[in-house]
Design a protein around this ligand. Structure first.
Ligand code: PHE
Length: 345
């Protein structure tokens, strides 16, 4: 009788428990395939009387659903496990896959070198925000409002505010102001960081670049200290025998001000394209901190004096590695970057 068979197999399926993928497969072969039990019960169903069909049809359909539900339940259970087993079976004795080490960016290498030289002279590293207000970037540094010197540095403004614009810093001198406002002399610090100027991008100019500025404020700091410090720096960075010369210049925040040249690192002074056949290349600006700047930062300019200097890391790097195009620094071309020393730190 069909009804008895349905009952019997229902009991069998309810009791069924698979402990392996093979059990599940046997179950499928027994119940679900074209020649399996479900199919045969449906064949038998065709032969029963119309009255019986009403009740048996329902029972048979429920049985079919039960059989299929049980199968899919176990199937998902075991298919998951079998994949995991496969993963664990990987050959653990195979040699590992190596990965390629990157290299340091040339600007990072040179910044580090500059920092190390000044650290040995007792300079600490100070940092500040790249988005600055007018006071720290200009006013405290003795740039009066409407002063033409503000045009020397084409500024990217973030927000115009009455009396205190917010801008991307145009130099890290802003960090000098922050440092002096925060404490008491002596100050001996360098300020590495990224700065922004609104310039058309070319081989010789970019809208952002990197600086290291330095500040030394104490009693009796003189121009001789400035010269000797920078002379020592150049000997360390470019080698003994590199010559320096100072030319008078102008910055609102230093008085007197100077620009410092070094003997050309390529032709050693004989004259070449890089130094435009002069034998000298400019590397930094410097000077004695203007007393107005000290006063603006709450430091007694009668008691203290100081020197400051600032250089572009790109320029120093160009001279060191003979790089002719500033754009290479920010293009992230691996063919360029991979030429620099790899450090495992
Ligand atoms: N802040 C100057 C600049 O960005 C550099 C500088 C720093 C000059 C300190 C003199 C003293 O051009």
């Amino acid at each position: 009788m069909l009804q008895d068979k349905i009952k019997q197999y229902t009991g069998e399926i309810n009791a069924f428990q698979a402990t392996s993928a093979a059990d599940v497969e046997n179950y499928r072969l027994k119940f679900l395939v074209a020649k399996g039990i479900i199919k045969s019960l449906f064949e038998e169903f065709k032969t029963v009387s119309i009255e019986e069909k009403r009740t048996l049809g329902k029972e048979l359909n429920e049985f079919k659903q039960l059989a299929e539900a049980k199968y899919s339940e176990y199937q998902s259970l075991f298919s998951g496990t079998s994949q995991e087993v496969k993963r664990e079976e990987g050959d653990l004795t195979l040699p590992g896959t190596g990965f390629q080490m990157g290299s340091r960016h040339p600007l990072s290498l040179v910044r580090k070198e500059i920092v190390e030289i000044f650290k040995k002279l007792g300079f600490i590293v100070a940092e500040g925000p790249e988005i600055e207000n007018d006071w720290h970037n200009f006013s405290a540094l003795n740039f009066p409002p409407e002063h033409p010197a503000r045009d020397m540095q084409d500024t990217f403004f973030v927000e115009k505010q009455e009396g205190n614009d917010i801008a991307l810093r145009t130099h890290t001198s802003s960090v000098q102001v922050r440092l002096m406002e925060m404490g008491k002399p002596p100050f001996r610090a360098i300020m590495p960081g990224r700065v922004y100027r609104n310039e058309a991008i070319s081989a010789r100019a970019h809208c952002f670049f990197h600086q290291v500025e330095g500040l030394y404020v104490d009693e009796n700091v003189s121009f001789a200290d400035l010269k000797q410090t920078l002379f020592h720096f150049v000997q360390e960075l470019y080698g003994e025998g590199t010559k320096v010369r100072f030319r008078p210049s102008y910055f609102p925040f230093t008085e007197p001000s100077a620009e410092m040249d070094i003997s050309c690192t390529i032709c050693k002074g004989a004259g070449c394209q890089l130094c435009k056949h002069s034998g000298w290349v400019e590397i930094l600006g410097c000077g004695m901190v203007d007393p107005n700047v000290l006063n603006n930062c709450g430091i007694d300019s009668k008691k203290y004096s100081g020197f400051a200097f600032g250089m572009g890391i790109e320029r120093i790097t160009n001279l060191k590695y003979e790089i002719r195009d500033l754009r290479l620094f920010s293009e992230n071309d691996v063919r360029f970057l991979s030429q620099f020393e790899t450090e495992i730190v």
